[in-house]
Ligand binder design. Structure first.
Ligand code: ATR
Length: 272
């Protein structure tokens, strides 16, 4: 029996719908890496630690709702993860667990496919973990973020922490910027007829990005196209954050275009 094979896993709840196993396994195969990546549903964050040790898992993707709770169990955490307050990547090496965050690098790299971030103004819808990763990444790249959130206190606190302006979500129409990014779950399958903002305010932006990738073209992005904006779907960020994980785990450059193709094909088959 060969024992060089490395095991990787996604931990979260739920995980059944995730495209990460498909994408990571396809990438490992293409890279000729002997590895398997599986999805494990865990209710209690402590179970992640047990499973990592029991199954000798080399690398783990962490998703909702464990991205923050996992942090206290790790031996080392990257400074960006500490600032964002979330870990989505764990590496198990020499008996130690290290936490990283590739949500922000994934977002920055996917934005960079279309826009130069430096000097640009971004309206960020939402004030949760995804918004924190976006704001951190944009700040790192020399851009400015404006926080817009449904709950004022949460949005105000986040804006203060990162030195940004805050507006209630209902006042998005007052903002002019280069790019609007939705980090809320509004518009995600199955609520595909919803958008976090009304169509008539989208003309204030050149670009509109949705980090939701199911559906690929959300109501927000459809409205944005009709308003004459350029659009960025969430698939690129999803692929980039996964590719950055593989880079951390293996030190090798993953086949990004191939990974994107695999994900898009699967989504096309599921919706047709
Ligand atoms: P994540 O970590 O994935 O970003 P989260 O921490 O639950 O998820 O944050 C979700 C964000 O989307 C929050 O800012 C939330 O707004 P509130 O702070 O008011 O709760 C926002 N959000 C969720 N559902 C929303 C809705 N129906 N309309 C507007 N904003 C919504």
């Amino acid at each position: 029996m060969k024992n060089n094979s490395k095991t990787f896993a996604l931990f979260g709840n739920p995980v059944g719908h995730s495209l990460s196993p498909l994408m990571h396994n396809a990438a490992f195969e293409k890279m000729n890496i002997d590895a398997r990546y599986m999805a494990i549903r865990v209710e209690n964050v402590r179970d992640i630690l047990t499973e990592i040790k029991k199954l000798s898992i080399h690398g783990a993707s962490i998703t909702i709702p464990h991205k923050t709770a996992i942090m206290e169990y790790l031996d080392e955490i990257s400074s960006s993860s500490v600032r964002i307050g979330a870990v989505n990547t764990v590496t198990h090496s020499n008996g130690k667990l290290k936490g990283d965050n590739t949500d922000w690098t994934g977002l920055v790299l996917s934005l960079r496919e279309s826009i130069e971030i430096e000097g640009k103004t971004f309206a960020i819808l939402g004030a949760g973990g995804a918004a924190r990763a976006a704001i951190f990444g944009i700040l790192e790249e020399g851009g400015t973020s404006i926080v817009l959130n449904r709950t004022t206190i949460k949005g105000e606190e986040l804006a203060k922490e990162f030195g940004c302006e805050f507006y209630p979500l209902t006042e998005t129409g007052k903002i002019k910027g280069d790019c609007l990014i939705n980090t809320t779950p509004v518009g995600m399958f199955p609520d595909t007829e919803k958008s976090p903002v009304s169509k008539n305010i989208l003309q204030n932006f050149l670009w509109v990005m949705d980090i939701i990738y199911n559906p690929l073209k959300t109501k927000l992005l459809k409205d944005a196209e009709e308003a004459g904006c350029s659009t960025i779907t969430g698939v690129s960020m999803f692929v980039r954050q996964g590719a950055e994980q593989i880079k951390i785990w293996t030190g090798l450059q993953p086949p990004i275009d191939f990974m994107k193709k695999v994900v898009l094909e699967k989504m096309k088959n599921e919706t047709s």
